[in-house]
Design a protein around this ligand. Structure first.
Ligand code: FRU
Length: 470
């Protein structure tokens, strides 16, 4: 079997035979989940940026559709979002029909463009058939600042003000620009957001999420807003990565007095944005790769995956500090092992648990300074044996270490996750680990941290060893 299939995950979205980066135009519409994505239809590395398209019924298995928004000689189609204009505020819909889907993307004009080469501006395409076929809007672009780094429009409706809101970045300025509109076509500047705590790289792919803040009983008590920003470099675990800032939004301004927190402690979650058309907790997908090495992952001709989807809300901690809580949406029916039980039964003989590594699996358990300190996944055997280690470091912080997880040398400078520091007074940390061939999604401490990493062990079997403290 070709190596490239050996690495291909089953429940993470991958392109069929080409390059993918950021998720774009995520929307739940008419009962289906649509994921568009940055795609090079002609190659396995970045270029010819267009929007690929896939749909899913269950957020776990995906069906590919033709490229939705193709690039041209003069324009690449950079990242953006889609909204359902149910009331046809844009007038782009057909009279008497359901309102159109309206896609916002960045026109990245190529050197061949006659009037604005090198400029990035926000443009529209629309679909009258629920997202299958798309037309470019004749009056594009709809918003320009004459800038070479103005991009990644995320649009949503704000019912309190009755206006559409567009969130974009000026990537080099470390600034998020907010604009608002009544009709999706004409946009007025509303405000600008900066944050001194986030200056390690350029800013990309912003999102602004309305989230629930859980009360003491766990039920939603009030709302907050979370600004999501990706930075490259300056990511939590090196290279590119994603951050969240909790605050408030009044339809015009986002205000926050908190520091950014990593959305993911691993290397492989970038450009994470939410689906539109979702009631309740926002659902996000991230690009499961890192600009530090994205074009070198050993999977050609297809390259890159999306993370598993994750929900996001906010909860106050014991001292009232607001925490971002995320839950991985784990595919139903995944083979699942409770390691606490296995560990208890196996503690006497220390026999590892043997699994078929081709089949995705889920391991749940507890890391504890006095008990199971490390869970070691040993892939394959002999010379080719590789390992992924989830464990407590000497300070009792949780680290996912893929330094010896790849068959061929890969991303040597990017092996350890940023450590998760347990809450004060809580030494044991629950974990929920999904391994879908090359894609690892880890949830820690009831969703207080997520860790996404790619691994390339290329082995058919895995032995799970629980290593206890002496
Ligand atoms: C983020 C990004 C976006 C841009 C797209 C181009 O990974 O650089 O800012 O729109 O990728 O492919």
């Amino acid at each position: 079997r070709p190596r490239t299939d050996q690495h291909r995950p089953r429940f993470h979205l991958t392109p069929e035979a080409t390059w993918m980066n950021d998720p774009n135009g995520l929307i739940r519409h008419d009962g289906a989940w649509h994921a568009f994505f940055q795609n090079n239809p002609f190659g396995s590395t970045w270029g010819n940026m267009s929007w690929g398209h896939a749909v899913s019924e269950d957020l776990a298995t995906w069906t590919h559709l033709p490229v939705a928004l193709p690039c041209s000689e003069t324009e690449m189609i950079f990242s953006g979002s889609i909204v359902h204009d149910a009331a046809n505020t844009s007038g782009l819909g057909a009279p008497g029909e359901d309102g159109p889907l309206v896609a916002f993307y960045t026109s990245a004009y190529t050197p061949a463009h006659a009037t604005t080469p090198g400029i990035q501006a926000q443009s529209i395409a629309f679909s009258l058939d629920g997202g299958t076929t798309w037309d470019f809007y004749a009056e594009n672009p709809v918003l320009t600042r004459d800038s070479e780094n103005f991009r990644d429009p995320k649009v949503f409706f704000h019912p309190e003000s009755g206006r559409w809101v567009m969130v974009t970045v000026e990537a080099l300025d470390h600034a998020v620009h907010l604009h608002t509109s009544a009709d999706l076509l004409t946009w007025e500047p509303a405000s600008t957001v900066t944050h001194p705590g986030l200056d390690g790289g350029i800013w990309e792919c912003p999102d602004l999420l309305r989230v629930q803040v859980a009360g003491a009983d766990g039920a939603p008590a009030r709302e907050a807003w979370v600004l999501v920003i990706s930075t490259n470099p300056g990511g939590p675990a090196g290279g590119s990565g994603t951050y969240a800032v909790i605050g408030d939004f009044d339809g015009t301004r986002f205000a926050s007095d908190t520091s950014p927190v990593p959305l993911d402690l691993g290397q492989d979650c970038y450009a994470a944005v939410s689906f539109s058309g979702v009631d309740g907790d926002p659902v996000l997908l991230g690009w499961m790769n890192n600009w530090a090495y994205a074009e070198q992952t050993p999977t050609a001709p297809w390259r890159s995956a999306m993370t598993l989807p994750r929900t996001l809300h906010v909860e106050p901690d014991a001292d009232g500090t607001l925490q971002v809580i995320q839950h991985v949406i784990v595919p139903e029916g995944l083979r699942s092992v409770d390691l606490d039980v296995v560990d208890r039964d196996a503690a006497a003989d220390g026999e590892p648990l043997q699994l078929d590594a081709d089949e995705p699996f889920r391991l749940r358990g507890t890391l504890s300074p006095q008990g199971a300190r490390r869970v070691v996944l040993r892939f394959g055997a002999g010379q080719a044996q590789r390992e992924l280690v989830l464990g407590l470091d000497p300070e009792g912080h949780v680290v996912l270490d893929r330094g010896r997880a790849h068959l061929e040398p890969f991303a040597a400078d990017h092996s350890r996750s940023l450590p998760y520091i347990p809450r004060a007074g809580v030494a044991d940390v629950a974990f929920d680990l999904v391994v879908d061939r090359s894609c690892v999604d880890l949830e820690l401490d009831g969703g207080r941290a997520l860790v996404s990493q790619q691994i390339f062990p290329a082995a058919a079997t895995v032995a799970v060893h629980v290593e206890r403290s002496a």
